[in-house]
Design a protein around this ligand. Structure first.
Ligand code: ZN
Length: 258
């Protein structure tokens, strides 16, 4: 599932290709997406990320909001060919974009006003005091909290594992047991890891591809995710995989404090 760095990668690539370009046509190829508002003839002002969604801001105030969910991908297209599983396509001056999505969970909406900016995005605006007051005291495990979009925008399973390993904190610890210094450490590591992942155009463990269909490179930088049985780079302990809320968590029981 695309997380913050993957969506940020797409938005940056889209911004350079389609900002200032006029929309020539759109086509829905999957009836599940019927009813998307008409944006033909409008110009794209810019593309930005909001949490895990892609926002294309259009002249006149309208906004196309794309949520990729599990398997949605956006691919740049200059010719006519259409990949299988294409659900929606938009054609602009100079090229087009296909939403390819075998599992069909992605959504596309047109709204009349851009939504308000988030205040819980670690790579954008983040209100640390508000986080401490409204989220940090919850009894859920710290990893669950990191992955809750109401608490922090855009972090999924891979980056949550990496952030907690780099911070030396067990994914099982209750969020409420962490002090302010530990949260600061987590967010410092989170920003470093997310920045690096954006620079590497995301993590291609399975099927993530960027706008040009190229895999990202950040999988080479992962220290704990997918490394069950290997030696921990921080302490030499053995990395284990545990089940947590139905997902695989990778961690080092030796250097990640419970
Ligand atoms: Zn370790």
């Amino acid at each position: 599932m695309p997380e913050l760095p993957e969506v940020e990668t797409l938005c940056r690539q889209l911004q350079t290709r389609i900002a200032g370009k006029k929309i020539l046509s759109t086509k829905v190829c999957d009836h599940k997406l019927d009813g998307i508002g008409n944006v033909r003839g409008l110009r794209v002002l810019g593309v930005c990320r909001r949490g895990k969604t892609v926002e294309m801001r259009l002249e006149g105030g309208q906004c196309i909001i794309i949520h990729l969910r599990m398997s949605g991908r956006l691919f740049w297209r200059t010719g006519r060919c259409r990949e299988s599983h294409t659900r929606w396509r938009i054609t602009l001056e100079g090229g087009g974009i296909d939403l390819v999505d075998p599992r069909r969970f992605a959504t596309v909406r047109v709204i009349s006003d851009p939504p308000e900016a988030l205040t819980n995005d670690l790579m954008g605006s983040f209100d640390f005091r508000k986080f401490l007051q409204s989220q940090a005291g919850r009894r859920v495990p710290v990893k669950t909290l990191l992955m809750d979009p109401k608490a922090i925008a855009g972090i999924g399973n891979i980056y949550a594992c990496e952030i907690l390993h780099a911070s030396g904190i067990s994914p099982l610890r209750p969020a409420a047991a962490l002090d302010e210094t530990e949260w600061k450490k987590i967010f410092r590591q989170a920003r470093r890891i997310l920045r690096r992942a954006i620079a590497g155009r995301g993590t291609s463990i399975s099927d993530w591809r960027d706008l040009d269909g190229c895999p990202g490179e950040n999988q080479k930088a992962l220290k704990v995710y997918g490394r069950e049985g290997e030696a921990c780079v921080r302490c030499g302990g053995i990395i284990v995989r545990i089940r947590q809320s139905g997902r695989s968590t990778y961690c080092c029981p030796r250097c990640q404090k419970e």
